[in-house]
Design a protein around this ligand. Structure first.
Ligand SMILES: Nc1ncnc2c1ncn2[C@@H]1O[C@H](COP(=O)(O)OP(=O)(O)OP(=O)(O)O)[C@@H](O)[C@H]1O
Length: 481
């Protein structure tokens, strides 16, 4: 996106017009201005009239604005503008305007040469933006308006493939590009209604400090999920995916949620169950959610107070802390039923610091598809943080830090805090070493106390960990179902 903006900025700056069309320079400049991304969208709000004109072996499709609002052409004209914006080379220094011989048309070259060339499935397409000033007279006097259209040139033998494949591809790509450009929203609930703010969380999958293999697994899972519309339809399952994030505070559960939202360009619906008084309110909230969104319930263990644990799942009374009527079974039924069937491409994320305190109903197969353990900071995570905070990939102190991180349980949040202490990498890494050494001393004393509680099988009483599938970094794991 930035490179496009730069291109457009530099295109604007370096605009030159051919000497022969000096009189048209003002008009051309207007078009160039309109190539700024936001304005482009307004410019391209209309449609096209399709016509083929044969010039020797070339075919030309004219994609033109039209008065008819809902004409298919509107969509394609709009899509062409969006699509071409991503195709303009960052190296482009100027937009060239020239006048067509014996015509009033001005050609705006979208590259340095003859026209922007796009190669798709081996076929070469040349795009030109055309511009004409049309004057019309009426009783109130003469008015003039700019008429713009795209000309798409290609060899006539590719006419079918163009209509059947290339133009649909442009429509699809433009939808994807628009989805990427869209501002993300964070929705928060108050009783039975959502309020929204723009989501500007800077976390991305790149800046997230976690075990490299686990990160790859999550990314692959997400990428597979969004491509599987037909698959979910075929198997008769709702197109949704559930992730349970668990781990100590400060290990990046909220950061991962934001990173997923930024990666998929999904809005977040942050559901605070304590704010919901009745199951009917919960239902209203879930119905209002849009597609391509994430339902997030943080600290699920604190949001609902589990009672009657021994009863059947459907009978479990799970009330929230402020004694409202919302039950866990209602939440689960709504998510499995209405929420899943009334929308698509939905993700649900539950977080907890204490997975072992969760109701088994939440952990049942098919409910949360992937259990992701956000663990303490290991060498992989530390490398990401060092790169985030100090833009360094290597440093003589790394080895010592790696050794300490293997011995000490420090959260990424704690490590990040130390790294922020100074802009000087040497000082910050030194502070981190000191912090880890102090922590190790503290833990050493604790270890001695815990030693007396150790049972025969080596497990510390009350500390028995749930069985997890570990991957990569020692303290990080994922269970995928
Ligand atoms: N894995 C991580 N990668 C990058 N930064 C992290 C990570 N974990 C923590 N941080 C840093 O620490 C801050 C707090 O982390 P975050 O809120 O994501 O943790 P959490 O696990 O959700 O904590 P809690 O359980 O208390 O909600 C973040 O804003 C970020 O700066």
């Amino acid at each position: 996106m930035d490179s496009h903006r730069q291109t457009l900025e530099s295109a604007k700056k370096y605009l030159t017009t051919a000497a022969s069309v000096a009189a048209s320079a003002m008009l051309a400049r207007t078009v160039v201005k309109e190539f700024l991304p936001n304005e482009l969208r307004t410019l391209l709000s209309s449609g096209f009239d399709r016509l083929f004109s044969r010039v020797s072996t070339d075919s030309v499709i004219v994609i033109r604005q039209t008065e008819r609002r809902w004409h298919i052409s509107n969509e394609l004209y709009d899509a062409a503008g969006t699509y071409l914006r991503t195709k303009i080379s960052p190296a482009l220094k100027r937009l060239r305007a020239s006048k067509e011989k014996e015509k009033n048309n001005i050609i705006i070259s979208l590259d340095d040469g003859e026209g922007l060339t796009d190669v798709f499935e081996g076929v070469e397409y040349k795009w030109q933006l055309m511009l004409q000033q049309e004057t019309s007279s009426s009783r109130v006097g003469e008015t003039s308006a700019d008429v713009r259209w795209y000309e798409l040139n290609f060899h006539s033998k590719y006419k079918d493939v163009t209509l059947n494949t290339y133009l649909p591809h442009i429509l699809d790509r433009s939808k994807e590009i628009k989805a990427m450009d869209r501002r993300l929203k964070l929705h928060m609930n108050e009783n039975d209604s959502w309020s929204e703010i723009d989501l500007h969380h800077p976390a991305t999958m790149d800046t997230l400090a976690m075990d490299a293999q686990l990160k790859r697994t999550i990314l692959e899972d997400l990428a597979r999920f969004v491509k599987r519309k037909e698959y979910y339809k075929r198997i008769g399952k709702a197109w949704k995916r559930g992730y349970l994030l668990f781990g100590p505070p400060g290990t990046g559960k909220s950061s991962l949620i934001a990173a997923i939202a930024n990666y998929l360009r999904f809005d977040i619906y942050d559901l605070d169950l304590k704010e919901v008084n009745r199951n009917s309110d919960l239902k209203s909230l879930l119905i209002e959610m849009t597609n391509k969104s994430m339902l997030v319930i943080e600290d699920i263990d604190c949001s609902v107070d589990l009672q009657n644990r021994d009863g059947e799942e459907g009978e479990k009374e799970t009330k929230s802390h402020n004694n409202n009527d919302v039950t866990l079974s209602a939440l689960l039924n709504l998510i499995d039923g209405l929420w899943s069937t009334s929308g698509e491409e939905r993700i649900i994320v539950l977080t907890t610091n204490y997975k072992d305190q969760l109701d088994p109903a939440l952990l049942r197969p098919g409910r949360m598809d992937m259990h992701i353990h956000m663990g303490y900071c290991g060498p992989d995570s530390f490398r990401v943080l060092a790169s985030n905070y100090h833009a360094i990939d290597e440093h003589p102190l790394f080895e010592e830090i790696d050794c300490l991180l293997k011995e000490v349980e420090a959260t990424p949040a704690e490590v990040a805090e130390e790294l922020m202490r100074s802009d000087d990498a040497d000082i910050a890494l030194g502070a981190l070493i000191l912090f880890l050494q102090n922590k190790r001393k503290g833990e050493g004393r604790e270890e001695i106390l815990l030693e007396s509680l150790r049972t025969d099988d080596g497990v510390i009483d009350g500390e028995k960990k749930p069985l997890e599938i570990g991957q990569g970094e020692d303290q990080t794991s994922a269970e995928s179902k």
